[in-house]
Ligand binder design. Structure first.
Ligand code: HEC
Length: 166
């Protein structure tokens, strides 16, 4: 091997390293984008809050000057929205039980798993097209929110009045 060949190898070696550095810089950035996790506040609001509102807005009655409005779904899409919300609540129950949110607190995980119980009750009420039962599922769901907020959220400002003005 002559000197010129050595230089060539040196240069391509250097290029190889540079490419590797560039690529790893890239992939590091890519993977950190993908792995970026939402904050707990974001999982709560909008994700969990919006899914829950589908339950709360699909059951019960509202009194207006024109009369009483029954919120129970009257269309297939309306019932399907409740199923989708139940699926989302179930998914989010698992998300908030991830260690980064639960910090391995057993009571946290226990309360979180009750979200699934309420979601399942909602699903059954849809299967039976039972508005009263859906209302109960929504009430169960709300109790789970309150239970966790009372136990784990020191600045708890999640009150009934607060949700109504949101
Ligand atoms: C396992 C515990 C847990 C459960 C269950 C839970 N939350 Fe939360 N939630 C929290 C904690 C902790 C915070 C405070 C998060 C923060 O500010 O960092 C919070 C905050 C919130 C907030 C305010 C977010 C913000 O912008 O600061 C909303 C809205 C909320 N939760 C809605 C809900 C609803 C709706 C449910 C029930 C369907 C629910 N949460 C169930 C623990 C829980």
């Amino acid at each position: 091997m002559n000197k010129r060949e050595l230089v060539k190898i040196g240069i391509s070696y250097c290029m190889y390293i540079c490419m590797a550095l560039l690529l790893s810089g890239c992939s590091q950035q890519l993977s950190s984008d993908v792995e970026e996790q939402p904050t707990l506040a974001h999982v709560m609001d909008p994700l969990l809050n919006e899914a829950s509102e589908v339950f709360w807005d699909s059951a019960g009655f509202i009194d207006t000057y024109e009369g009483t409005i029954d919120l129970t779904p009257t269309t297939e899409e309306g019932w399907q929205k409740v199923i989708d919300a139940a699926d989302e609540i179930t998914r989010l129950s698992a998300v908030i039980q991830e260690e980064r949110y639960s910090l391995n607190r057993p009571a946290w995980n226990e309360i979180s798993s009750l979200l699934v119980v309420a979601a399942d009750r909602g699903r059954r009420s849809v299967a039976d097209r039972d508005g009263a039962e859906l209302f109960e599922a929504g009430a169960d769901l709300y109790q789970v929110c309150v239970a966790c907020h009372q136990a784990f959220w020191s600045n708890n400002r999640f009150t009934i009045a607060g949700t109504e003005t949101q």
